[in-house]
Design a protein around this ligand. Structure first.
Ligand SMILES: CC(C)(COP(=O)(O)OP(=O)(O)OC[C@H]1O[C@@H](n2cnc3c(N)ncnc32)[C@H](O)[C@@H]1OP(=O)(O)O)[C@@H](O)C(=O)NCCC(=O)NCCS
Length: 184
């Protein structure tokens, strides 16, 4: 298992750190006001990291700002997404706008894939919204293949206690996990 991860990407942004989300990080996942609506969901997901069902990763400037994150469900009631031993599901993958298109997202994906491979998982699945061609292109470049279509209907309770239902038709994608030895 990997606890945290340092890599030199380019001369511009060496020494970024990938590490697990800690309880004290939860407010920073809100990106100011942008994702405040997911406050309760972040807390629930954090609780499920304690039982080992979910992994929450963030990328951070050393001692400083959170610049990206992704979460991984190891076990889900939908076994086609995550079944607890061979298949895991990646979600909430995002990099702050200022830091995009520099390879950070690809690096985070490689990190997650390596971590899962070492945990014994064989496949990583994800959903990508059909109206998100940029992310779709990135996943295809990283070796993910479309395996199906999902209505993408889910709901959450926001920080004020209001229930929201999201309808986001999505492609289900999947990749057989490699081991990226260049990251070792
Ligand atoms: C999707 C997302 C996480 C990708 O993060 P990122 O850090 O920009 O990812 P990368 O930099 O690795 O790749 C993005 C593009 O930059 C290119 N790139 C990679 N390294 C680069 C570099 N050093 N210089 C210039 N471009 C580079 C990649 O080839 C890729 O090109 P593509 O769009 O043609 O595939 C980010 O765009 C994001 O947060 N989007 C909003 C949330 C979202 O849509 N998440 C996905 C939900 S399914």
């Amino acid at each position: 298992m990997i606890d945290s991860f340092h890599v030199e990407l380019t001369t511009d942004f060496s020494n970024l750190v990938i590490r697990p989300v800690e309880k004290a990080d939860l407010p920073t996942l809100e990106w100011g006001q942008k994702y405040i609506k997911y406050r309760r969901m972040f807390a629930r997901l954090y609780n499920s990291t304690q039982s080992g069902d979910t992994l929450m990763w963030l990328i951070q400037v050393p001692q400083g700002e959170l610049i990206g994150q992704t979460f991984v469900m190891l076990r889900s009631s939908d076994h086609s997404a995550a079944n607890g031993d061979s298949r895991a599901y990646l979600f909430a993958f995002r990099v702050k706008p200022h830091w995009r298109n520099r390879g950070i997202g690809s690096w985070l994906m490689h990190f997650v894939e390596n971590d899962l491979y070492r945990r014994g998982f064989k496949y990583l699945t994800l959903n990508v919204a059909k109206d998100n061609p940029d992310a779709l292109r990135l996943y295809i470049r990283l070796g993910y293949k479309i395996t199906g279509s999902r209505p993408g209907i889910w709901s959450y309770v926001d920080h004020k206690g209001h229930v929201h239902t999201v309808k986001e038709p999505a492609w289900r994608m999947e990749k057989r996990l490699p081991l990226h030895t260049s990251l070792d």
